[in-house]
Design a protein around this ligand. Sequence first.
Ligand SMILES: [Fe+2]
Length: 159
Amino acid sequence: MKRSRALRPLSSEHHQALLVAFQVRKALEGHPEAAGAPRDLPGLVSLARRFEGQVFATHAAAEEALLGAHLAGADRTRLAAEHVELKALVEQARTSAPGEQRTALAAFAGLLERHVRWEERELFPYAEAHLDAAALAAIGGELELRLVLAGQGSRGVRR
Ligand SMILES: [Fe+2]
């Protein structure tokens, strides 16, 4: 299904999220081709932290504020809970010893990937089917302001 124009700013950041998840996962597996990811744990932690600070924090807040009100209760709860958990895993990776760092980063990458796929495959199609054109356009306008015009996400996660 083609993504509605209104939700495209979120979807384009989802591509970045999937890339970060892929990079972290491959690097942790010691894969030689980790799509340019750092190979050391401190480098991976800082990649996750940059993604969180430069893209994810604003992205998650916008989703909760703009889409949350239109979702069924269980979906709204899951959306917010997974955002909280992703942030907590980044914090855990930042503050723990190397063994736990690996575990936290692997959990972060796995949840990020599942979370994005759930949004793209279930949540967004639901919103597109249940919101009228005016509501979708209002969301799209606000996303444009919060994500696109703010310059977020247009250049990927910066070093
Ligand atoms: Fe999202």
